[in-house]
Design a protein around this ligand. Structure first.
Ligand code: MG
Ligand code: MG
Length: 659
């Protein structure tokens, strides 16, 4: 319902706020004042009915919206009511769109297009929005010609001015005559009307591989609005690509940062708006998608602020992306009985009990640089995670340069900060919520946190002579999720950490497709693979179902000599996943391996892969509990992958084992 107070307000047209600090003189900004960053999202970008969309957009922290007429045709209220409703959610309507097939038409189409425009201007006044997006004409009737289009816009500008409306012209990448922002700018320049400007859309520029630096020559005050979208690199029809595969800046492969740097360099300080057409987003959670979008804008502007010295946006400063130096620990939650089974698995893997927590039932198992905790406490977060997911990884701690800075950056990016319980004589380790609501903690070398093992744990006397089976570190952690959550968590990791996303690969499971992508940093100390299951018939999909959304499905330990490690493991009674003879036949043929080498691999059930840099060896445990498993890898000479080529064989072996 419309509140009486707001209901009494008549929507009025808002002109662009004056910016008193900026004076254009000979194309240079003589004096600047930072303008508050205004964020917006097109309502078409997210799922839900109109109110659901507004609620999600408002909660995610945007300033306003781009409105599509089709968004409110289903809403039971007049355009004036729609304007009030948007205001009720604390949002501004920043753009009305789209107005199609306008410029360059012969009569009688031309007159009709002007009549249509006049009707939209009246509708916009009712809604309380003063800027309309006119996209370049795609109609076969359009005649083309820069001057013809410019004359049409000059006349439209005059009519718009009488109704306090501004016109923004956008070059669609598939426009009939105008499909490049440089031509759209020439039309706007020749139209030479105060109420006519250009609208830039990163997809249309970058999708057509137009150099974004060409934007730098457009005066900032003639850019009326900026739309941002990214997309994965796919070679396909531009229109289809745009309508189905756009995603949030940073989620795809386009140079959105370069585009935005060029925009910022013009002095533009208006709204930054997300216009995302994505099949997945239209069916996704409105709040998650809205929050991802907001995170992407904040992260993008932080990148731009660092790269472009004179931007005129007031962007909240935040620490740089956090540098990660590996995993400090991985914590399992469990009950007494399953904890004992897990402990014997770790023992077989060469781990030793190194200590116990001073006040909680948490055991620390160590080998090399690896710490695995098993938490059987019957209170606290770990216990509630156990009740939801069963025995599973509930917590991980990452070694970072600066834990406080990492938290500060994560907070700016909208991550959920975990409030630590203040327990006397115990460290409180700063943490955020990660994938599947699991906890991600940060430990650095400089602060008190470095003393974690001395303060919070009591050492257990171990076997002085036993040194494990050669496991040295955590090579990678594999997190399983629904396919539609992959972009969310890709953005989460790449916006908070100094890490890159690796191109997605398809892993064929007999039950369906699993998409896999790694997040990794340059040093290789942070490696997390995200595996997206499209259905519940795959091993990954079954894991999600059985654990009710636990995420860590396997932990891979790194070693230096996998043959020696495999020998020792078998002496300790470790049960290796048995690979089929067919796998080794295929492997031998694929790489032309020597018979003696191949039979060594086969005897120890070691998998092998190579890339242009080096070799990779893998060994798997049998699936355990809810199909959780361990992997042991040897990564030689800069091999960068994760053995994706072996995954179908590994999955088949696991399915045989489970059957
Ligand atoms: Mg657009
Ligand atoms: Mg792996």
């Amino acid at each position: 319902m419309i509140s009486p107070q707001l209901g009494a307000r008549k929507p009025v047209c808002r002109m662009l706020p004056l910016w008193p600090g900026s004076i254009w003189r000979g194309g240079d900004i003589m004096q600047t004042r930072q303008a508050a960053l205004k964020t917006s999202i097109a309502t078409v970008s997210i799922a839900g009915d109109f109110r659901e969309k507004l609620s999600a957009i408002s909660r995610a922290g945007y300033t306003g919206i781009e409105i599509f007429e089709q968004d409110f045709v289903g809403y039971d209220g007049s355009p004036v009511d729609v304007g009030w409703l948007v205001g009720d959610y604390g949002l501004e309507i920043m753009l009305f769109q789209p107005f199609r097939d306008f410029e360059g038409l012969p009569e009688p189409y031309r007159s009709r297009a002007f009549d249509r425009a006049e009707r939209k201007f009246d509708l916009m006044n009712d809604l309380g929005v003063d800027l309309v997006l006119v996209c370049s004409n795609i109609s076969p009737a359009a005649l083309g010609g820069i001057d013809r289009a410019a004359n049409d816009f000059a006349e439209l500008g005059e009519r718009a001015k009488a109704k306090n409306i501004r016109i923004g012209y956008e070059a669609l990448a598939w426009g009939r005559h105008i499909n490049d922002h440089r031509d759209a700018w020439e039309v706007v320049r020749r139209a030479d009307h105060s109420n006519v400007g250009i609208i830039l859309d990163s997809f249309h520029t970058l999708g057509r591989k137009i150099d974004p630096d060409s934007i730098r020559s457009i005066p900032g005050d003639k850019i009326f609005f900026v739309q941002l979208a990214d997309a994965p690199k796919i070679d396909m029809d531009l229109f289809y690509w745009s309508r189905h595969f756009r995603n949030m800046p940073g989620e795809g492969d386009l140079a959105v940062v370069d585009f935005m740097r060029a925009v910022a360099a013009t002095g533009y300080h208006g709204p930054l708006s997300l216009e995302i057409f994505n099949d997945q987003f239209r069916g996704g959670s409105p709040l998650t998608i809205a929050r991802d979008g907001h995170r992407s804008l904040v992260s993008l502007m932080d990148d731009v602020r660092r790269l472009e010295p004179d931007i005129h946006f007031d962007v909240a400063p935040m620490p740089p992306r956090s540098r990660c130096h590996g995993f400090e620990f991985i914590e399992f939650t469990s009950n007494e009985q399953e904890a004992e089974e897990l402990a014997s698995m770790l023992r077989a893997l060469g781990f030793e009990l190194a200590g116990n927590h001073v006040s909680k039932r948490v055991a620390r198992w160590c080998q090399g640089d690896i710490n695995i905790l098993i938490n059987t406490d019957e209170a606290g977060f770990a216990h509630s995670a156990y009740q939801t997911h069963g025995t599973s990884v509930c917590d991980m701690a990452l070694r970072v340069d600066d834990a406080a800075d990492t938290i500060a950056r994560a907070r700016e990016l909208g991550a959920k900060i975990v409030k630590a319980a203040d327990i006397a004589d115990e460290l409180s380790i700063p943490a955020i919520k990660g994938v599947g609501d699991g906890i991600v903690r940060f430990i650095d070398g400089d602060s008190e946190l470095a003393r974690l093992w001395d303060v919070d744990f009591k050492a257990v006397k171990g076997n002085a002579t036993f040194v494990g089976v050669g496991l040295r570190s955590i090579d990678h952690l594999a997190q399983t999720m629904k396919y539609e959550e992959m972009l969310t968590w890709t953005l989460f990791y790449t916006s908070i950490f100094d890490a890159d996303k690796v191109a997605m690969v398809d892993v064929v499971d007999p039950g369906g497709l699993v998409r896999s992508r790694a997040i990794q940093n340059k040093s290789g100390k942070l490696r997390i693979t995200l595996n997206g299951a499209e259905n519940q018939n795959t091993l990954a999909g079954r894991f999600i179902k059985q654990t009710v959304g636990a995420t860590v499905q396997h932990i891979a330990f790194g070693c230096a000599d996998i043959f020696a490690t495999a020998e020792q493991l078998s002496q300790r009674g470790f049960e290796t996943l048995l690979m089929s003879a067919n796998y080794y036949d295929d492997l031998g043929a694929r790489f032309g391996l020597e018979e003696s080498f191949l039979s060594r691999l086969k005897d120890l059930n070691i998998l092998y892969d190579e890339d242009e840099n080096g070799n990779f060896f893998q060994l798997y445990s049998r699936p355990w509990g809810d199909e959780l498993f361990f992997e042991i890898v040897q990564r030689d000479d800069g091999y960068e992958g994760y053995g994706a080529a072996n995954a179908p064989f590994r999955i088949a072996a696991q399915k045989r084992d489970l059957a």
